[in-house]
Design a protein around this ligand. Structure first.
Ligand code: URA
Length: 501
């Protein structure tokens, strides 16, 4: 039953935050009590006769109303909750804040606590969506824009979060065409723009493909029975998400076998086999067919660095790619006399899509200047093309890529060398040295001299600039001079027109 004086507000959609804000401010400044307002969303309003009213309300001095920052932030999240009472709750909270300003300092107020709990649930849902969306390529949809096939994912969020989370996927998968289908809202990225549409059905998303089989093999390999904590795993990855996760089919069987495998691992003792295997052997064992992901020429080479960068951007031969913002391709002139190879992009490189633009890059730039080289004459790249990190609070902390991950990336580095055809290579640190020389390299033992690869290319091994950054102050000056001395060996190769040794 509608109350006398009831004001019916129809918002334009479930996530009409602007409509809510404008209307709530206006209602509050017009003195309309929370009990007099009934909130609805236009598409669900009775008989569809209910046109959105939020934007068409007469204006007053509501725009001058100021709300506490915590309330504005809470609104952003709570209004994405699927509970239809959320609008009423937030309007009541706003109203009470206006009447009793002391409420700002009362975090134990029942309305505030309810709103905080709803905001937490939305935040958790946002986080889970960023972690558990799994794209599958639609083979027949490759365009000629270099972005490859359309990748489609199916996901069932708990709350109305698709619009809020879409920019995250646009940043992270900027170089890929993708769509995320959900029961209520779908979003599509064409490489430049996000487009939203109505919900879809699960069967509209593609089934498993060959790439997924590879991922399952990989998951099985990296699953460590000695580290299994099932309760913790389910807390992080609740069972209701399992239906959309390809790897979920493996969890129970692997968990069942974990105790036995753990015992076998202990009995077998430490393994050194993988360490000693040349990277190239691991790389071909992981995947011979992954190179199909990027357009190749008839002779098996890549047409351009751009095609190569697109291929690396889409590569999911190991899990790092799915978590990084983007692949970071190398940069510099084709035919550069010197190619400097680092380990992997860091946080800044991952965000900017360029190598050596963070703190390690600043140190490298100083060395380049001191040696009288020019950065634009060099080709700078990394052994691993995606940033691997661990989240600590909000910080992304660099994690060294595992051998298997570096091995999966070797295909991109070797193709890059084929295209750039540098005069010589400089390996900055152990990961780069191992990738370039195909064997374990003791950097401290083998630094400061040239090594020759099977293809005849010379490789100068030296420290990674981050190693200098991590050194105690007392050692840094000497380490800096030694590092410059190592690099100086490549001076004859560093500039166009110079004579290589
Ligand atoms: N460290 C690297 O190895 N490469 C970069 O591009 C940046 C930091």
């Amino acid at each position: 039953m509608a109350q006398a004086n009831e004001q019916r507000i129809a918002l334009a959609g479930e996530t009409d935050l602007d409509g809510f804000r404008t209307t709530a401010r206006r209602l509050a400044s017009d003195g309309v009590e929370p009990g007099q307002v009934s909130w609805q969303v236009a598409s669900t309003a009775e008989g569809e006769l209910f046109e959105p009213t939020a934007a068409s309300m007469p204006s007053s001095d509501a725009s001058a109303m100021r709300v506490p920052r915590f309330f504005a932030e809470l609104c952003e999240r709570v209004l994405l909750h699927r509970d239809p009472s959320r609008f009423g709750l937030m309007y009541r909270l706003l109203w009470r804040l206006m009447q009793v300003p002391a409420l700002r300092d009362d975090p134990l107020d029942a309305d505030r606590m309810q709103a905080e709990a709803m905001a937490r649930s939305v935040r958790r849902d946002l986080h889970k969506m960023t972690a558990f969306v799994r794209f599958r390529p639609l083979a027949a949809t490759a365009g000629d824009d270099g972005l490859g096939p359309l990748h489609v994912a199916w996901f069932e969020p708990q709350h109305h979060i698709v619009e809020a989370v879409a920019p995250f996927f646009a940043r992270r998968f900027a170089q890929m065409r993708w769509a995320i289908l959900t029961p209520e809202r779908c979003v599509r990225w064409d490489g430049a723009r996000l487009a939203f549409s109505a919900g879809a059905a699960r069967h509209e998303a593609p089934p498993a493909d060959a790439g997924e089989a590879l991922w399952l093999t990989y998951y099985e390999h990296i699953f460590n029975p000695a580290r299994l904590k099932l309760a913790m795993m389910q807390k992080e990855m609740p069972r209701r998400y399992w239906t959309n996760l390809p790897e979920a089919v493996l969890i129970q069987p692997l968990a069942n076998a974990a105790a036995l495998r753990g015992t076998q691992m202990i009995e077998r003792g430490g393994s050194t086999l993988l360490r000693r295997r040349p990277l190239a052997a691991i790389a071909s064992a992981i995947s011979a067919d992954r190179l199909d992901a990027a357009p190749m020429q008839a002779d098996g080479s890549f047409a351009s660095l751009e095609a190569l960068a697109n291929g690396a951007g889409r590569c999911r031969d190991c899990p790092i790619g799915a978590l990084a913002t983007q692949a970071v391709p190398g940069e510099g002139p084709i035919g550069a006399r010197l190619m400097l190879v680092g380990e992997q992009p860091g946080d800044q490189e991952d965000l900017h899509g360029r190598p050596f633009v963070g703190p390690a890059g600043a140190l490298l730039d100083r060395a380049i200047a001191q040696l009288g080289w020019r950065r634009e004459h060099l080709y700078l790249t990394n052994a691993v093309k995606h940033f691997k990190f661990e989240l600590r609070g909000k910080r992304r902390i660099h994690k060294t890529a595992a051998q298997r991950e570096a091995a999966a990336c070797l295909q991109w580095l070797e193709r890059e060398i084929e295209i750039v055809r540098p005069g010589a290579l400089v390996a900055l640190g152990a990961t780069a040295a191992r990738a370039l020389l195909g064997r374990e390299v003791g950097v401290l033992r083998e630094r400061g001299c040239w090594h020759v690869r099977d293809d005849g290319l010379r490789v100068l091994v030296t420290l990674h600039p981050s190693a200098l950054l991590r050194m105690p102050d007392a050692q840094r000056d000497a380490a800096w001079s030694d590092w410059l001395a190592d690099l100086a060996l490549a001076s004859a190769d560093a500039a166009p027109g110079s004579t290589a040794l």
